[in-house]
Design a protein around this ligand. Structure first.
Ligand SMILES: Nc1nc2c(c(=O)[nH]1)N[C@H]1C(S)=C(S)[C@@H](COP(=O)(O)OP(=O)(O)OC[C@H]3O[C@@H](n4cnc5c(=O)[nH]c(N)nc54)[C@H](O)[C@@H]3O)O[C@H]1N2
Ligand SMILES: Nc1nc2c(c(=O)[nH]1)N[C@H]1C(S)=C(S)[C@@H](COP(=O)(O)OP(=O)(O)OC[C@H]3O[C@@H](n4cnc5c(=O)[nH]c(N)nc54)[C@H](O)[C@@H]3O)O[C@H]1N2
Ligand code: SF4
Ligand SMILES: [Mo]
Length: 693
């Protein structure tokens, strides 16, 4: 007998700007097909290669289906099935004992990031639970905080335009952005713009997929973007290419900036960046003379010691040329700040006991190894993340996770490298088994994800786990309501009436409408050019080249170039030992460390590789296909050498983020360090000197 098919609207939960709409076909309680939602105005029915295999993930042979407790040594991955009752009781007992001990509840540390981006599962009852408990706070800095801080200084909000307006751009710079891989639907819009005559330029130390498909690849020495931006300003002011009217009306500190840029003549900038003077001149000239111009700046430039300053500096450029005036002109980092979600209502920071310490997640190794001030970390609760693979300084993360006296809980879908170190493992639902609401950081649409199937085995969503834990701890029931109630709370616009985010952007977007429809656009005009008439989010309302706030904080009030922590030009002694700058962005077939265990995607990725220039390879007698060892004082990992001119001499590239249990050894993060960015306390994954043998 034929059973009826039903279709359900779902949303891709992964940490990707595109937040695709998806349609799931269900028969007899089983999801049998998953495809892109053709009616989604931005993602238009196509999914990336990774998520087209999402059903392989949902029904994977290794899905964790039951709670378990550790029965072997830490790291061995030996577990025994237990009941939810026992799991929750064990955790609550341990948390109560730690909270009552002289170390107090701050000895408990949550660790989470963006395994799912849904409003409820990313940050709601988990935050309430740890706030109510008085646990240490986690500063979630692993990805985006340097750029956020940099943008905030110049613009008072994120660099943003409507990504759909990129079709009107005529000069597009992918600056530290592998758009063709990490943001495929924006790349599609860029290609439409190109058909209408746009030129696409990519500034990247690596001939990325994006660079090789662009009209012009400009290889830059890692971590030197601010110097290039100042060099471009130098030329724009020198040649009188600035938009004086825009500067006078909407910007602050033009004269001081002009003076600062004066110090960055093309010859000096060429020495710092490794870009020939003629190319710097050509880029400045083309950028000034083609309108609308768009800078898609992204994470590549942020993951360096001077990453915050780099973003702050690059964000000045569109104001100098007046590019913000035009639909499709300006700069784009993220649309996230346009979404007026009520995160205060969801996360309840008012529950945090005064004086609670904050731990920067990048410093997990220091936290676990007792090197931070305050009480030692006695318990770690990991969800939405895989720190044994994704956090910098992998060797020291694992050293910490091995501590016999550390009580570790991991809520996961799969037996990741982190799960191997857990004392208690809790099974998590996939996106097809839970309800959530989603906005995006790469378009202007809001969507609801509806559960398509029942939870597999005994899997539970994040919110349910924290409801159970809260009940076991005796916390107030009303703080831990249903998902539906949370969804309603999150949709009460909390933004300011005019600034960022504008509360009115949610006008007319209700839970009922989201439940009945696919994607709903924010309440913003169609040809949206947010800064055409100034209206910046800074204290002055202007684009602030000169920042009073930064001056008061004792930092440079003007944009400048801050060299990388591990810079061969300024740290020649270190570079003698480890002469190569290594950049390690994600592998296209994976999403950070997600999808590494999906057979077809693992096959597509092959194995860890190291791209190295023929000069550097010859100097070390390395040939393509050989297994090489990449190392520095922090650690080492192995990869297959790929010799070629995809990088400049002095730079190497290795894609992440592999699982050690798949490759049989440490991954690229064995060599990355926990030094932070200049602004925002961000991670510096790409600021890393290594040697190769
Ligand atoms: N397929 C896939 N898509 C993803 C992800 C994934 O893992 N896989 N991850 C998602 C997440 S979490 C994020 S944060 C985004 C990241 O997306 P992107 O911002 O595109 O980040 P990356 O790919 O890390 O780096 C972009 C490019 O910057 C270059 N780069 C490195 N250092 C520098 C530098 O100093 N200057 C300049 N100009 N360029 C530099 C790198 O070589 C790389 O090609 O992608 C999201 N999308
Ligand atoms: N070397 C190097 N390291 C990097 C990067 C890099 O470019 N190079 N990129 C960095 C960046 S940009 C980021 S954003 C971080 C990402 O770091 P993470 O946020 O840790 O991202 P993932 O590796 O995708 O791991 C997320 C985990 O959450 C689990 N998960 C998914 N959904 C749920 C859920 O609903 N509930 C629970 N409990 N778990 C769930 C997934 O199974 C997965 O194992 O990695 C960083 N690490
Ligand atoms: S990972 Fe990104 S491109 Fe792929 S389906 Fe999800 S949102 Fe779309
Ligand atoms: Mo990220």
């Amino acid at each position: 007998m034929q059973h009826p098919l039903t279709t359900i609207h779902a949303v891709c939960p992964h940490d990707c700007p595109d937040t695709c709409g998806m349609i799931v076909t269900v028969q007899d309680g089983k999801a049998i097909k998953l495809r892109g939602d053709p009616e989604h105005p931005f993602t238009k029915g196509f999914l990336c290669q990774k998520v087209s295999h999402y059903l392989d993930r949902v029904y994977h042979r290794d899905r964790l289906l039951y709670p378990m407790k550790r029965v072997g040594p830490k790291g061995s991955g030996q577990f025994e099935r237990i009941s939810w009752d026992e799991a929750i009781r064990t955790i609550a007992e341990r948390f109560r004992a730690i909270a009552a001990s002289p170390d107090g509840p701050q000895a408990i540390l949550p660790y989470s990031y963006a395994g799912t981006m849904g409003k409820l599962m990313y940050a709601s009852l988990d935050r309430r639970f740890f706030h109510r408990l008085g646990a240490s706070l986690l500063d979630r800095t692993i990805c985006a905080t340097a750029g956020a801080a940099g943008c905030d200084i110049t613009l008072g909000t994120r660099a943003v335009i409507d990504p759909e307006a990129v079709v009107h751009s005529r000069y597009i710079i992918n600056w530290g952005s592998n758009t063709a891989v990490t943001n495929i639907h924006l790349w599609a819009v860029m290609f439409q713009a190109r058909k209408r005559g746009a030129k696409i330029v990519t500034i990247d130390p690596h001939r990325s997929n994006t660079a090789s498909r662009s009209d012009w690849w400009i290889p830059i020495r890692p971590g030197t973007d601010a110097a290039l931006a100042l060099g471009l300003m130098h030329i724009l002011f020198r040649d009188g290419r600035e938009d004086r009217d825009y500067l006078a009306r909407y910007c602050l500190g033009t004269d001081q900036l002009k003076q600062r840029a004066g110090e960055y003549d093309p010859a000096r900038v060429s020495k710092i960046t490794g870009i020939p003077v003629a190319d710097i001149e050509k880029l400045a000239n083309e950028y000034a003379s083609t309108s609308p111009s768009l800078i898609r700046l992204n994470y590549g430039m942020q993951r360096h010691g001077g990453g915050g300053m780099a973003v702050r500096t690059v964000c000045c450029l569109p104001a100098i040329t007046g590019a913000w005036r035009h639909v499709g002109g300006g700069a784009l980092l993220s649309t996230s700040r346009l979404m007026p979600w009520d995160s205060l209502a969801l996360e309840r920071p008012d529950l945090i006991p005064p004086g609670t310490r904050t731990t920067n997640m990048v410093n997990l190794p220091e936290a676990l190894n007792g090197e931070l001030p305050g009480p030692p970390v006695k318990a770690l609760f990991v969800y939405n993340s895989n720190p044994a693979a994704v956090n910098p300084n992998q060797g020291r993360v694992i050293e910490g996770l091995k501590r016999e006296d550390l009580f570790t809980v991991v809520h996961e879908l799969f037996p990741t490298d982190t799960v191997d170190y857990a004392d208690i493992v809790l099974p998590a639902t996939s996106q097809l088994e839970q309800f959530d609401l989603h906005s995006a950081y790469g378009h202007l649409y809001v969507q609801a994800n509806h559960p398509a199937i029942a939870p597999l085995g005994e899997c539970k969503p994040n919110t349910e786990v924290f409801r159970l834990l809260a009940a076991a701890m005796g916390f107030e029931r009303e703080l831990f309501p249903s998902d539906e109630e949370l969804a309603r709370q999150s949709l009460r616009p909390s933004g300011s009436p005019t600034g960022y985010p504008a509360a009115s952007a949610f006008d007319g977007i209700t839970l009922e409408r989201l439940q009945a429809n696919g994607a709903i656009r924010l309440n913003l005009p169609v040809d949206y050019a947010p800064f055409a008439h100034g209206n910046f989010g800074t204290p002055s309302g202007k684009c602030e080249f000169f920042s009073e706030r930064e001056a008061k904080a004792g930092r440079d009030p003007l944009p400048t170039y801050t060299p990388p922590h591990e810079d061969p030009q300024t740290k020649p002694e270190l570079a003698k030992l480890y002469p190569l700058q290594m950049v390690c962005p994600p592998e296209a077939s994976f999403l950070n460390s997600s999808f590494v265990n999906i057979d077809v995607l693992q096959r597509a990725a092959g194995e860890p590789t190291l791209q190295i220039h023929p000069h550097d390879a010859a100097a070390r007698q390395i040939t393509s296909g050989q297994t090489v060892s990449i190392f520095n004082a922090r650690g080492r990992f192995q990869a297959k050498a790929v010799v070629g001119e995809t990088v400049q001499p002095g730079t190497v590239v290795s894609f992440g983020v592999w699982w050690s249990k798949v490759t049989g050894g440490p991954n690229v993060n064995a060599t990355t360090g926990t030094a932070l960015t200049d602004l925002g306390g961000g991670a510096t994954f790409f600021d890393n000197l290594v040697e190769v043998a």
